[in-house]
Design a protein around this ligand. Structure first.
Ligand code: SAH
Length: 563
């Protein structure tokens, strides 16, 4: 029973909503708050107080005993904005209750227990069908008990803090097994069922055949991802209805496509009828995978010829590579989408200093593969190789991961056997531009002055072209200990086309704790003050220093009166 206690009118209104939603689970305690809390604490497994946490802490303090036996207590504030799990987070189920109450009242659940705060994904929220003791195994995970992962199929799961062995198990399988007492079965959508049917084949015959084929092969219908057939059968009622009953989409291929798929059991009948020697096997195999049930025909009680065929293929899990830009440094310049991708990945690949920047966002169980400066090719290869194994991988880079960063070497390695997702980030030029004013208000380029992988002649030609085209230029990798002449040389080229008074913005560690910036001029800039943590933005011939801010006009006619 959940005891409900409130003191104010607003609290009572929220309390009544809860009581109305859960009439059998809740009991309202009226009367003086102190007595109500004492009574509810003694009589209920859980308590929800519509009171300030301070008041509840004072009332509970003398009552607290053993955390395994005490009720779980949740506090909801007067505004109904937060549902705070106060005591008994795990043992008393207050964390879960805070979530439920939050869902019901539209309040944010506030959970401060370590594993929950780090955000273990619920086994029932992974997007996969599941069977078994979700509550028991989730509780074990939350209590830090070893829970073993038995993956019979590679699938890009989010991170789960799972061990090689344990009393509890999470089993990823498409086989028709029953879950053990301390086990959760996750069903990956790994099976593709190819079906063929003659005109007018009854639904029961098609569905019966599929169910029989799966059962005899020991496969779970919950792992069926889709039915596949030939275009000509896209509207065949028995097939359409079978897909509906299984709750999966129906995918169709042209006879030509299917004729091109090598199958073990071709035959003449479908060749004559629809123009391909195989429908069921070819449609099941069209996207690749391993044939686990070869073509079989339905059996009819009346002895008339079979009207349906089916075949089953197990397809490999497709890995997922997210290439994620972390932004220039500040946490609030890291996009919510980037944060979500970091939590979605079970393998994180990146430079050690970037990993440090976001380690607190990772879920427990994330495998972190960090490496030092350089080693870029190796990082790219590692990330792609992990995705190919079927994992969900995040490859991170500062700023935007596609700008002088890891996306290019990684995608050069990747073939179409993995899914790739890019998450844009705020690149240094933009972070610096916002600090300097509006230097990028008209056409602009970025040029990296690093001649490690690019011959200097190429860099110089591009600087010259930018100078002649009067483009605003942002220099990345402007200067390091071993590379000190490139920046003065590049500035010299720009100075051939721009006056000495041209504004130049220098931003070091944009958005990081030791950020610094200044607006100077082409003539006054001392290259020795620039290092690898810096970008240098040189204005075009129209850029002005206005009140210490760098401003490049939108266009020369922008502010004229319209004709
Ligand atoms: N992918 C990154 C760029 C990597 S190249 C991005 O999109 O920003 C590395 C160079 O970027 C550094 O030498 C420096 O010139 C620039 N840079 C990256 N972060 C910076 C920051 N916070 N402040 C200033 N410059 C930065």
């Amino acid at each position: 029973m959940i005891g409900l206690i409130s003191a104010t009118a607003a609290g009572a209104a929220a309390r009544d909503r809860l009581a109305a939603a859960w009439p059998d689970r809740t009991r309202v305690y009226e009367g003086p708050v102190g007595e109500a809390v004492r009574a509810a604490f003694a009589e209920c497994e859980q308590v929800v107080c519509f009171l300030a946490t301070g008041a509840v802490v004072r009332l509970l303090a003398p009552l607290l005993g053993d955390k395994a036996a005490d009720p779980g207590v949740v506090c909801v504030d007067e505004g109904g904005r937060f549902a705070v799990s106060l005591v008994g987070g795990h043992g008393g189920g207050a964390n879960e209750l805070a979530r439920e109450v939050g869902d019901l009242l539209g309040a944010e659940p506030v959970v401060t227990t370590a594993t929950d705060a780090a955000g273990l994904p619920g086994l029932d929220t992974l997007g996969l069908p599941y069977e078994g003791s979700v509550a028991v195994v989730s509780r074990a995970l939350l209590d830090g008990e070893p829970v073993a992962l038995e993956a019979e199929v590679a699938w890009p799961l989010p991170p789960l803090p799972l061990a090689a062995e344990g009393r509890y198990t999470v089993r990823l399988t498409d086989r028709a097994v029953a879950p053990g007492e301390r086990e959760v079965l996750l069903r990956p959508p790994s099976l593709v069922v190819g079906v063929g049917a003659s005109k007018g084949a009854p639904e029961a015959e098609v569905l019966g055949l599929i169910e029989e084929a799966l059962a005899e092969a020991g496969l779970s219908p919950k792992s069926v991802a889709l039915l596949a057939t030939v275009d000509a059968k896209a509207g065949e009622p028995g097939i359409v209805a079978a897909a509906e009953r299984l709750g999966v989409p129906l995918v169709t291929y042209s006879a030509e496509e299917l004729a091109g798929v090598a199958v073990p059991n071709p035959s003449d009948a479908p060749l004559a009828a629809v123009g391909t020697p195989s429908v069921a096997e070819a449609a099941a195999l069209a996207q690749g995978g391993e044939l686990v049930v070869p073509k079989r025909k339905s059996e009819r009680a009346d002895g008339r010829p079979a009207m349906a065929t089916c075949a089953v293929v197990r397809r490999p899990g497709r890995g997922r590579l997210a290439v994620v830009g972390l932004g220039p440094g500040a946490r609030d310049l890291l996009t919510p989408r980037a944060a979500a991708e970091l939590r979605r990945a079970s393998v994180l690949v990146g430079l050690d200093q970037y990993v440090e920047q976001i380690r607190d966002l990772l879920r427990p169980g994330t495998r972190v593969l960090e490496s030092g400066l350089g080693a870029e090719e190796e990082r790219a290869r590692t990330a792609v190789a992990e995705a190919r194994k079927g994992h969900a991988v995040a490859l991170i880079g500062s700023g935007d991961a596609g700008v002088y960063a890891m996306a290019s070497p990684a995608l050069a390695e990747a073939s179409d056997d993995i899914d790739v997702v890019g998450v844009p980030g705020v690149t240094a030029a933009l972070a610096a531009g916002a600090i300097l004013g509006a230097p990028l208000g008209h056409d602009h380029v970025s040029i990296s002055l690093s001649d490690l992988h690019t011959p200097w002649e190429v860099i110089e030609r591009r600087v010259r072209a930018a100078a002649e085209a009067d483009l605003v230029v942002t220099f990345y990798n402007p200067r390091s200990r071993g590379r000190d002449w490139q920046l003065p040389k590049a500035l010299g080229i720009l100075a051939e086309h721009r006056t000495p008074a041209t504004p130049v913005g220098v931003v070091r560690n944009a958005s990081r704790p030791d950020e610094s910036s200044r607006v100077t001029t082409l003539a006054a800039l001392d290259p020795a003050t620039v290092d690898m943590m810096t970008v240098v933005t040189v204005g075009n011939t129209a850029t002005r220093d206005i009140a210490g801010r760098m401003v490049t006009p939108r266009g020369y006619r922008w502010q004229e009166e319209p004709k």
